[in-house]
Design a protein around this ligand. Structure first.
Ligand code: CP
Ligand code: NVA
Length: 303
């Protein structure tokens, strides 16, 4: 049995299998075919943080596959009402796979340790693997082969950036990161990235223009992630020179603009860029569902 906790744990071939299955299912979905591959299968979805895309994409995806999903919010008391070892084992008696959006990545790792069924990380403070799968899925739709393509990240070295670093490393996509010095990945995280794919190098700079020059995709995310609200004022000041706006995008007229959403227009990105010709944010969000359907099928096949 396999889990999907971080993309670091998957081989390039496994990632390709997930993306290919997602592509195939999307193609069929477009033709009106929603094959019930897993009738009666149930996904438990635990949310410790807010969500639009993750919740709806998983629930709709499970429904397309002939199954269903149960939304487990605050009232189930994840990590509070009973030990995670009991929570995980009991849930495993009743559902077929679990998706967790948690405050602390270690809680998801502990859950997976005890879980008799596959566990999917639907975002933690550490990483967001489902987002990065959907992002590469989208890049492939737009660019064809992604080998040697370049993704420029501008903003905070956060959970989404880390998952993109793992997947870009595995799939031979170049990645440059423009982040203020004090918000860069820690040495420990840089070490993890280096171990992920020997020979692949993440380019780190503090200069957004340097990062986006020659890029195929420019990507940003919020400056204040969920759980960092107390740092809002400090972060908004530090990240102000890292806004993705028309002046920055003018350095890479060929590039697509991506954002995992939700976005704070006027902060990390302007309304003009979000609505502009280079923006592919809606296609990207929609692909959460298709890429994740690939991941669900892949996980259920591994049991
Ligand atoms: N990108 C993303 O995970 O969106 P939600 O927080 O709405 O799920
Ligand atoms: N970095 C953001 C991503 C939201 C999808 C957060 O963790 O809040």
């Amino acid at each position: 049995m396999r889990h999907l906790l971080t993309l670091k744990d998957l081989s390039p071939l496994e990632i390709e299998e997930i993306l290919a299955t997602g592509r195939e299912l999307k193609e069929r979905y477009r033709r009106g075919i929603r094959e019930p591959l897993y009738p009666g299968y149930v996904m438990g979805m635990i949310f410790e943080k807010q969500s639009l895309r993750t919740r709806v994409s998983f629930e709709a995806g499970m429904t397309h596959l002939g199954g269903s999903a149960i939304f487990l919010a605050e009232e189930v008391g994840f990590g509070k009402r009973e030990p995670i070892c009991d929570f995980a084992r009991v849930l495993g008696e009743m559902v077929d796979l679990v998706m967790i959006r948690a405050k602390h990545h270690e809680d998801v790792v502990e859950f997976a340790h005890w879980s008799p069924i596959p566990v999917i990380n639907g975002l933690t403070d550490f990483c967001h693997p489902c987002q990065a799968l959907a992002d590469i899925f989208t890049m492939r739709e737009l660019l064809g082969d992604t080998q040697g393509r370049k993704l420029a990240w501008v903003g905070d070295a956060n959970n989404v950036a880390l998952s993109l670093a793992f997947i870009c490393g595995k799939l031979g996509i170049e990645m440059s990161l423009a982040v203020p010095k004090e918000y860069q990945f820690s040495d420990e995280t840089l070490q993890l990235i280096a171990e992920n794919q020997p020979g692949w190098k993440l380019r780190v700079t503090q200069d957004p223009v340097e990062a986006v020059t020659g890029a195929d995709v420019v990507y940003t995310d919020v400056w204040v992630s969920m759980g960092q609200e107390e740092e809002k004022a400090k972060r908004e000041k530090a990240f102000a020179p890292y806004q993705v706006n028309a002046a920055l995008m003018a350095h890479c007229p060929q590039a697509y603009f991506m954002h995992c959403l939700p976005a704070r227009r006027g902060l990390e990105v302007t309304d003009e860029v979000m609505q502009g010709k280079q923006s592919v944010i809606v296609q990207e969000a929609g692909n959460r569902m298709h890429a994740q359907k690939g991941a669900i099928v892949w996980l259920l096949r591994q049991r």
